[in-house]
Design a protein around this ligand. Structure first.
Ligand code: ADQ
Length: 501
């Protein structure tokens, strides 16, 4: 099992072409002083280390959406990626994979605990997700966050060619834009937030909040998932800093200006469609149906096991539908894939306990002998298996309490022709674009139950109309479009190197 850029486990891709064997000491063909016109900085590198039986390290491409998106950006051009390799301690030397130059950043055990688990995932993550669980504030974590962000900025400064384009990703690296600008005012800096940006009332709770805004304003362009996220950022700047905000542009006292706008991320539509159309995958989808007892309805949930994803609300609704007899467990099966995530944090361990207790209760009370009302899979799967699951499912249930985008909903759309349906929380970024999904408020359990039943029982014609409309949206706005859109915005941003006022 592997860890993605977000740190959760992912399976190894089966495509042999994506596997390269690299000595952990690095590729001597990449001189440390070599520089690049395009540099990506993200918490994690796009590869995961796997130790073989012989003790040798093999690097394999992480299967996440970010990696796919960046591959399309990097196509035909050389670039560097700066990020953590996933293990605490000494960083491996720089190496090349699929013409991408990878520059590992060192994270010591203290950094993992304080910068990654602490400040990033126990402070910023809850604040940026409506404080679904209370955020924790520790001065030690903030110090570590500054320390690690400085290390990232220094690495990027070393590897960026004169006038390079630098694309910084996500909430773990919000100080990098300003730190990098101090070191290299010649480079063009963009930052993209994969998660929501909180309302100013919540953001204000955070000690060091001005520092985060100032850190981000070191960029030339800031991309967010939704318009309300960009608006929240602009409102925070207006309220907390001595700047002028006009429209979507922040004007700084030094004469620079920074634009903040929505550039919603998407999925590799063509790649997923091709995979879903593969006869082996279709065969596997039919097998899954059969293994589940050939039920009339297959409901599916696919989420990282995170308190933002609304798993408990979904299980409650499903349990009540079984209890009331609205759903018959001999006709309906619910498959919940819950990817292991951040298990060192108490809130995540607690959630896992609650979810597994509920799964046991539902199955204990409702499963017929020889089958289960709820199939719970707490592990990662290869991409092909995920696509087969999407293809097999009649209704996808996506109920986050807050989610930056939710790629799962878009993946399901790409994997289906005209059949299928999605129950989708209004609190996901995806709901803005997939307005023909069966939208729901996951906090309202009664309405959620009604929406699930409606999605299951609407006639095929209604499903077809809705799926067609959503498919057009995802096909037009795929991940390649997202990456191009972001870079076009970044290139168009006014850029003033030091001394050019
Ligand atoms: P995540 O919170 O991780 O991402 P999401 O957008 O749903 O959430 O992406 C999860 C990805 O992992 C999907 O591609 C899914 O297919 C895959 N996946 C999930 N479980 C899996 C399993 N068991 N095995 C294999 N693959 C699995 C963050 C933000 C989101 C935002 C994305 C991208 O929280 O809001 O959409 O970044 O910007």
């Amino acid at each position: 099992m592997l860890a993605t850029h977000d740190g959760f486990s992912q399976p190894v891709l089966s495509r042999a072409s994506l596997r390269v064997r690299v000595d952990v000491r690095g590729d001597p063909q990449v001189p440390a002083q070599r520089t690049f016109d395009l540099v990506i900085a993200a918490n994690r590198l796009p590869v995961d280390a796997v130790t073989g039986a012989d003790g040798k390290i093999t690097w394999r491409r992480s299967p996440g959406g970010l990696v796919t998106a960046m591959e399309s950006v990097m196509h035909g051009r050389e670039g560097a990626w700066v990020g953590w390799a996933g293990e605490p301690g000494k960083a491996p030397r720089a190496f090349t994979q699929n013409s991408m130059h990878l520059r590992p950043v060192r994270l010591d055990q203290d950094d993992v605990v304080d910068y990654y688990e602490g400040q990033s995932n126990d402070c910023l993550w809850p604040i940026y997700h409506d404080a679904i669980v209370p955020a924790k504030f520790r001065r030690r974590w903030r110090t570590a966050y500054e320390r690690v962000n400085t290390r990232f900025a220094e690495q990027v400064a070393k590897v960026a060619a004169p006038g390079a384009t630098v694309w910084v990703h996500d909430y773990q690296l919000q100080l990098v834009p300003a730190l990098l600008r101090k070191l290299r005012s010649d480079v063009r800096i963009g930052w993209f937030n994969h998660i929501p940006f909180p309302p100013v009332e919540l953001f204000m709770q955070m000690p060091g909040r001005e520092g985060i805004l100032e850190g981000l304003l070191g960029a030339d362009f800031l991309g967010f998932q939704r318009k309300p996220d960009a608006a929240n950022f602009l409102r925070a700047c207006r309220g907390l800093l001595d700047v002028t905000v006009r429209g979507d542009v922040v004007h700084l006292p030094d004469g620079r200006s920074v634009r903040a706008s929505a550039v919603p991320i998407s999925v590799d539509y063509n790649g997923l469609r091709e995979l879903a159309g593969d006869p082996a995958v279709q065969q596997r989808a039919a097998e899954i149906r059969e293994q589940l007892g050939d039920p009339k309805h297959i409901l599916l949930g696919v989420d990282r096991l995170d308190y933002t994803k609304g798993l408990r609300h979904r299980l409650k609704a499903y349990g009540e539908l079984l209890q009331s007899g609205d759903l018959d467990p001999s006709e309906t099966v619910f498959v919940q894939v819950a990817t292991p995530s951040r298990e060192r944090l108490a809130a995540y361990r607690e959630l896992r306990g609650q979810v597994e207790l509920e799964v046991g209760r539902i199955n204990g009370e409702h499963s017929p002998i020889g089958s289960t009302a709820l199939t719970y899979l707490h592990r990662s799967f290869p991409r092909t298996e995920m696509v087969a699951l999407f293809a097999a499912a009649d209704v996808l249930i996506v109920t986050p309490l807050r989610d930056g985008m939710n790629l799962v909903a878009k993946e399901y759309v790409a994997c289906h022709a005209d059949d299928g349906a999605i129950v989708l929380s209004e609190f996901t970024g995806a709901a803005d674009e997939l307005s023909r999904a069966y939208l729901c408020n996951p906090h309202d359990i009664d309405k959620l139950k009604q929406t699930i039943l409606q999605a299951m029982h609407d006639p095929p014609g209604e499903h077809r109309r809705r799926m067609r409309s959503m498919r057009r949206t995802v096909m037009t706005n795929d991940v390649q479009h997202w990456a191009e859109d972001f870079l076009t915005n970044l290139q168009a941003a006014p850029h003033k190197p030091k001394g050019h006022r």
